[in-house]
Design a protein around this ligand. Structure first.
Ligand code: PLP
Length: 375
């Protein structure tokens, strides 16, 4: 294995760190009197690019029993990976025609509109069963969920009536717009809107907080936390020390080194120019691996505890690094250079790339040699 892939960049994913992050977030739940909130795991988009097949069973082993995916087919995939006592919620709900698949795999849809509710109800009535569902109410995102007006038209009693009797709401949820910015007044407005919706459904479990929402305070916790990003090491509160354990390490091997003269230029379009004799190392990673092109002339890499700047454009399969200050005899072909590690993590790389850490994670490509550290 190792020899076969030795020229590929390596992505190491620490399942133990993911599990610890999940426990840490769960432990923050409901500092107010019991019952405290449960902690779900959001594992949509292949567990944010880190591998659903490895991440979900590790979290299940650790005690996680509620999982969120975005799509029905992600739910079907997840069902095959974890035992049936776990609940799998589908954030988008079923598209027309996908209801049967949803029910067959015992997925619990998040119903976002009167139309989705009616279709789920029709299926329940056809099958003569009661089918569980999540109701999502829109409190400001204007993206998914019942609009306040439609939600007000729904009544608890309606679910006892003939038309909706097959649907069993088991959770009420909404999603925060700017939870990573505690100073944004929208957080409290959404909380108030959610509380109004909640009053209509006494006794129904409620869920509002994503990763950052957990850090807004216990008022946002309700009965179920829904973290995704923070499980994978994303800082939940920007500009504050990151309490989450780093999860990934990304390394790329040196292919070749050379020394260039002052005035020489490097890479596509010659965007970098040497002002001194410069030693350049070419590494085997590029934007085809999801190492974003916007890191051109902006990222740093690390080698044996020292940093080196990325110079020139990120190419499809290679990047170039100024290694003049690094110990030359160590810089041999095959030597592994750190692109992302605990000292220079996804949050810093996101800043260098001008994006957020979510995009850094979900861009991680299939070409990496992936290694998992067991939980
Ligand atoms: C993606 C998502 C989450 C998780 O959000 P993070 O910011 O990654 O913790 C929670 N709820 C909904 C509705 C989502 O779409």
């Amino acid at each position: 294995m190792l020899i076969e892939h030795s020229t590929a960049a390596a992505l190491t994913i620490d399942l133990g760190a993911i599990v610890e992050n999940w426990r840490f977030l769960g432990a923050r739940a409901g500092s107010s009197p019991p019952p405290t909130a449960a902690c779900a795991a959001v594992v949509k988009a292949d567990a944010y690019g880190l591998g659903l097949a490895e991440v979900a069973p590790a979290l299940y082993q650790a005690g996680c029993r509620e999982f969120f995916v975005a799509l029905v087919h992600e739910g079907v995939q997840l069902r095959a990976l974890i035992p049936p006592d776990a609940t799998v919620y589908v954030l988008h709900g079923p598209q027309p025609g996908a209801e049967i698949e949803c029910a067959q795999h015992t997925l619990v849809p998040v119903l976002n509109s009167p139309d989705q509710l009616q279709r789920w109800s029709n299926l329940a009535n056809t099958r003569g069963e009661r089918l569980p569902a999540v109701l999502q109410v829109d409190t400001g995102m204007r993206r998914l969920g019942f609009e306040a007006r439609d939600f007000e038209a729904l009544h608890v009693e309606a679910f006892a009536s003939a038309s909706l009797s097959g649907v069993e709401p088991i959770l009420l949820m909404s999603h925060l717009v700017s939870a990573e910015d505690p100073a944004d007044p929208i957080n409290r407005i959404q909380l108030e809107q959610f509380q109004i919706a909640r009053k209509r459904w006494p006794g129904l479990r409620c869920s509002l907080a994503n990763s950052s929402g957990i850090f807004l305070g216990p008022a946002w916790h309700f009965d179920l936390l829904r973290p995704g990003a923070a499980l994978y090491g994303v800082a939940p509160v920007p500009n504050q020390p990151n309490p989450m354990r780093p999860v990934i390490r990304l390394q790329a091997p040196i292919i070749q080194t050379r020394t260039i003269a002052p005035g020489d230029r490097v890479g596509y379009n010659h965007t970098w120019r040497a002002s001194r004799p410069t030693r350049v190392a070419t590494l085997s990673v590029g934007y085809a691996d999801g190492y974003l092109r916007s890191l051109s002339n902006r990222a740093i890499v690390r080698f044996m505890g020292q940093t080196a700047p990325l110079i020139g454009r990120v190419s499809m399969d290679t990047i170039t690094v100024d290694v003049t200050e690094l110990p030359e005899h160590q810089l041999t072909p095959g030597a592994q250079v750190d692109l992302i590690d605990s000292a220079h993590d996804i949050n810093q790389v996101a800043t260098e790339a001008g994006t957020n850490a979510y995009e850094i994670l979900t861009s991680l490509g299939p070409r990496y040699r992936r290694q998992y550290l067991a939980a």
